[in-house]
Design a protein around this ligand. Structure first.
Ligand SMILES: Nc1ncnc2c1ncn2[C@@H]1O[C@H](COP(=O)(O)OP(=O)(O)OP(=O)(O)O)[C@@H](O)[C@H]1O
Ligand SMILES: [Mg+2]
Length: 214
């Protein structure tokens, strides 16, 4: 794999754990520090990947098979890696990615029960082996995440309509993944106040940025 000089940061966690909230706060801090930032979301982030996203989240797609699902997520990811993430890393940018391949391991592997070895192989093929430098896991009980959804009055998408036991498996899956890849994972209790979490995330990132750029 080509050498890259940027920083690749991913955010993981079940829906309503606060990923997008924290990414937006971190982006602001990075921009204030004068750093070049690219924010992308998965699945999506390119014209082709956004089209794949609409297939994946469509509530009418009950018939989508588990194998088709993992390939669609992976297809969207391959496209964003090639089109956005690798070029931005080569330009020295900080990339903040809202979900990446740990989501596939958590949802399709632990959640749906697909063979974890096969999932790892598909993940590494889709990304050309590009791993994040740092992954923040926003860990939260599915019940609390569901309360946030209700408070926001949001309608659930196809993935969010899965039963509670599914989201519990996904949460546990994420925790297992974080233990396996502890060198890049930072696990955060996502029930904490937004600003506390943002301060801890910024402290972690700040330590990886050369002092001249802070
Ligand atoms: N630490 C927090 N405490 C309380 N509420 C929060 C916290 N962080 C985020 N929220 C609220 O929870 C909701 C979901 O947050 P957010 O959209 O950031 O989650 P997400 O992980 O990006 O969800 P999704 O996967 O559905 O995109 C929002 O209404 C947000 O304001
Ligand atoms: Mg979000």
């Amino acid at each position: 794999m080509a050498e890259t000089k940027g920083l690749f940061v991913t955010f993981e966690g079940i829906d309503f754990s606060g990923k997008t909230t924290q990414i937006s706060l971190l982006r602001d801090r990075l921009l204030e520090a004068g750093l070049d930032v690219l924010v992308v979301r998965e699945p999506g982030g390119t014209a082709i990947s956004e089209k794949i996203r609409t297939i994946l989240l469509d509530r009418d797609h009950d018939a989508l098979s588990e194998r088709a699902e993992i390939f669609l997520y992976s297809a969207a990811r391959a496209q964003i890696v090639d089109e956005q993430i690798v070029p931005a890393l080569q330009q020295g940018k900080v990339i903040l990615c809202d979900r990446y391949f740990d989501s596939t391991t958590a949802y399709q592997g632990y959640g749906r029960g697909l063979d974890l070895t096969i999932v790892d192989t598909i993940n590494s093929f889709a990304t050309n082996g590009l791993e994040p430098d740092i992954t923040f896991l926003l860990d939260i009980a599915p019940e609390m995440a569901a309360r946030r959804r209700v408070a926001q009055g949001a309608a659930p998408d196809r993935m969010e309509l899965q039963a509670g036991a599914f989201h519990q498996r996904v949460r546990e899956g994420y925790l297992q993944i974080s233990r396996k890849h502890s060198h890049r994972f930072r696990v955060l209790d996502a029930a904490r106040a937004t600003q506390d979490l943002a301060a801890e995330i910024w402290e972690t990132i700040r330590q990886t940025i050369p002092p001249s750029q802070q």
